[in-house]
Design a protein around this ligand. Sequence first.
Ligand code: KG4
Ligand code: ZN
Length: 354
Amino acid sequence: MTLTFLGIESSCDDTAAAVVREDGQILSSVVAGQTELHANFGGVVPEIAARAHAEKLDLCVEDALATSGLSLSDLDGVAVTAGPGLIGGVMAGVMMAKGIAAGSGLPLVGVNHLAGHALTPRLTDNIAFPYLMLLVSGGHCQFLRVDRPDRFRRLGGTIDDAPGEAFDKVAKLLGLAQPGGPSVEKEAASGDPARFALPRPLLDRAGLDMSFSGLKTAVLRVRDELVPAQGGLTRQDRADLCAGFQAATAEVLTEKTRRAVAEHPVPVLAVAGGVAANASIRAGLEAVAANAGARFLAPPLPLCTDNAAMIAWAGIEAFRLGQRDGMDLAGRPRWPLDQNAAPMLGAGRKGAKA
Ligand code: KG4
Ligand code: ZN
């Protein structure tokens, strides 16, 4: 029998539901974003996010079921993100999943959001364990060695901001549109990356930890020197700052990935997260994989960014290992994938960086 799962995701600012089959077929994947609701606040507002999730979840589930052409009685289980993330949103999703499971008698599986990202290459490309995953988004930045659906080793990651968060903040301080990644990348195309000397944080230090908050502050400092001296920023200043920031970020990610691949030789290097859309960052990572003789895998963007297909898939993988959750399944704001890794410092704009 081929398992079919409903997946539900609501841990950050996307409300999502999907129906996925064990053979990798995505029968539906619905994602309702909230960007416009948070646009005036410079970040995700947890209360607004939770309320929007509660309003949209049932519509997303209905839509996902209708698109798949299946009804609840055709499914084999319900998987839901039970953390880490903004707890109001996580709880809205968990309650929804519990309601569906209780009403239909379907098994319930609580999924770690990061496991969803980390297992996506198996959904899209059916790859074998072990493999290396670099997760780079607005809320996450970590290297994971994935050994089994329930065994992840966190090899390193950011000690402060995630790279996407830094792209967004740089865009904001230069007056560019949100989300910052695409705007900064566009400006950078006509900029000189060498005009301003920006730092490469933690590159001189051994290991796989990274830091992006100081880099963003360095951009702020250059801006604050230029503005009073010239009475503002020229288009070229903006482009050069974007190019410099992007080059520094790409260099840090590429070099740390080179070290990760050297220390943990595995056949596949996979990436996930919105930042993997950046052409120069992606090119750097592809080159690292090619030099190490590893296959480079970047799932299509809609499956790289937050979605529920990855949660349904991670649920299927966990279910096959025997995981079943009860009505006592709890939402967890923090939930490190690797229980043995040192706890991370601080919590980011988009919630805990587990
Ligand atoms: O994975 P994602 O959609 O959401 C989470 O953060 O979970 O990632 C969004 C992040 C944003 O911070 C956005 O600025 C960044 O990914 N991003 C990019 C690019 N496209 C999106 N960063 C750099 N270059 C891009 N082209
Ligand atoms: Zn995510």
